[in-house]
Design a protein around this ligand. Structure first.
Ligand code: NAD
Length: 488
């Protein structure tokens, strides 16, 4: 069985750990490889490499640094088919979903190629007679990224291209559940002929995360994962003097107003709830109808029932399994919880059977109606293919309910009224808003703007926020004209 190696200082090296865990195909339970649990010594080796590389990398002009990114973009595009299959094998999502992930990742590489302009500073001449003041942006040093299982390819690219284009060096820790994707990416990185140590990768779990949070050589940490771990990473990273951006979990509400286009709305909502088997931080979870709801309910149930579940590389499959057997058990028990709280099952996908993949972690589309809004299920991130359908009388009450939610990753409204849409945009307490959109995922030029318990920090991933996070400002006040100044 292949034991995955770390990529440090341009070399493939074994972990110092003795403990390894299986990487499992969630559709078949086949063991694909083994990944180390990681040790502090692995982190230290990566930091030493990245620190060494930083001294020279930061002096290479930005225009030259981005040439490596142009090359990386080409390599990602040339290998997109194989990279997508790797994501499907280890995460379970469909091939189309995996490919869409790479397109988003590549967009971030393209956007970071604008760093020579994006990281320009500001200049004010004569802030006093003969004195100029300016601000320049400099890289912060060694930066690290800790990523979750659900987007093994895209999420490291919310950070990596910006970090290195700005002159930092970088260490990636992929999720130990899906380490094969970034392992393949590192093989492509290896072809770039980057100076050794600019990009490193260490595998592992909590031991690596804690090692990174405590290592004095790491200056900035980008985290994406559940809110509990995001909060922990944010607090511990800050206590150790690091910059931290920590994106957390979600429970995304969608309001459907009576004037929404029925066909378009139900199709988009169903795609949002069940895409990636509901394992997206922007998956619609609580669907709130306002006013009459018989027709929309019928349409949502019909479309959900038709969705085909299976192995993500098989033709016609629209939804894969959830990531682990434990995840499946957790989602099933949350559905049970909803029922015990008084919810009614309109569709129950808990006994999913996929011929040829009997051991897979499959759950078919599930809809539970009328769960209590103050109950446990309504407040819990399910992260599985489950729609909670609730009915609220007015838009005011629906917005108030959303604003009571502890998460603030995304909120959407479906309507044909510009006035209601504007009001929703203005009043809803969430950082990513969809108006007749089911997955309001910002493109690379915009920050991925979670709020409340969905984000801990100040500067989000992607776009100009990425450039600010990966640079520190230096302000210079300068006088040269000593004799000349006296005349004034
Ligand atoms: P997770 O929090 O379990 O793991 C994320 C990372 O943290 C992994 O690399 C893991 O190794 C590490 N980790 C796990 N437990 C840890 C601990 N106790 N101490 C230190 N490190 C630990 O998350 P996941 O299950 O991989 O991903 C799913 C979660 O991520 C969901 O909650 C989802 O909403 C969230 N997510 C959020 C966004 C966003 O942009 N806000 C995007 C994708 C996923």
């Amino acid at each position: 069985m292949q034991k995955l190696k770390n990529y440090i200082h341009g070399q493939w090296v074994s972990s110092h750990a003795t403990e390894y865990v299986d990487v499992i195909n969630p559709a078949s339970q086949e063991v694909l490889a083994q990944v180390s649990a990681g040790t502090v010594a692995d982190v230290d080796a990566a930091v030493q490499s990245a620190e060494k590389a930083f001294a020279t990398w930061r002096r290479i002009p930005a225009g030259k640094r981005i040439q490596y990114l142009f090359h990386l973009k080409r390599l990602l595009e040339e290998n997109i088919d194989e990279l997508s299959k790797t994501i499907t094998l280890e995460s379970g999502k469909t091939y189309a979903e995996s490919k869409a992930e790479w397109i988003r990742a590549i967009e971030n590489v393209e956007n970071a190629c604008g760093i020579p302009t994006l990281m320009q500073g500001d200049f004010s001449e004569d802030i006093a007679v003969g004195i100029d003041e300016y601000m320049i942006r400099q890289p912060v040093g060694v930066c690290a990224c800790i990523s979750p299982f659900n987007f093994p390819g895209m999420i490291p690219f919310w950070f990596l291209p910006y970090a290195i284009a700005c002159g930092n060096t970088f260490i990636i820790k992929p999720s130990e559940k899906v380490p094969l994707t970034m392992a393949r990416v590192m093989e492509l990185v290896d072809q770039l002929n980057l100076p050794a140590g600019v990009i490193n990768m260490v595998h592992g779990g909590k031991a690596i995360v804690d090692g990174m949070l405590e290592h004095p050589g790491i200056r900035a940490i980008s985290f994406v994962g559940s809110s509990t771990v995001a909060k922990y990473v944010y607090a511990k990273g800050a206590a150790n003097g690091k910059r931290v951006q920590a994106q957390g979990g979600a429970k995304n509400p969608v309001i459907i107003l009576p004037d929404a286009d029925l066909d378009m709305t139900s199709q988009i909502v169903v795609d949002s709830v069940y895409g990636c088997a509901g394992q997206r931080c922007l998956a619609a979870s609580t669907i709130i109808t306002v006013g009459e709801h018989a027709r929309i309910t019928e349409s949502l149930v019909e479309l959900s029932r038709k969705r085909s579940t299976g192995f993500g590389l098989d033709e016609g499959v629209q939804m894969g399994p959830v990531i682990t057997a434990a995840s499946k058990a957790r989602v099933n028990s949350l559905v049970e919880k909803g029922v015990s709280e008084g919810g009614r099952l309109l569709l129950d996908g808990r006994n999913a059977k996929v011929p040829g993949f009997e051991k897979g972690n499959f759950i078919q589309p599930t809809i539970i109606e009328d769960i209590p809004l103050d109950g446990e299920l309504a407040a819990t991130e399910i992260f599985g293919p489950v729609m909670s359908l609730v009915h609220i009388k007015t838009i005011e009450d629906a917005i108030a309910y959303i604003n009571n939610n502890k998460y603030g990753n995304m909120a959407c409204v479906f309507t044909s009224s510009g006035l209601n849409a504007r009001r929703f945009r203005n009043e809803a307490d969430a950082g990513n808003i969809g108006i007749n959109i089911g997955v309001a995922a910002p493109v690379a030029q915009f920050p991925f703007s979670g709020w409340k318990d969905s984000f801990f920090g100040d500067l989000h991933g992607q776009g100009k926020h990425g450039v600010e996070f990966f640079t520190q400002t230096k302000v210079v006040i300068e006088r040269w004209l000593k004799e000349w100044t006296r005349k004034f």
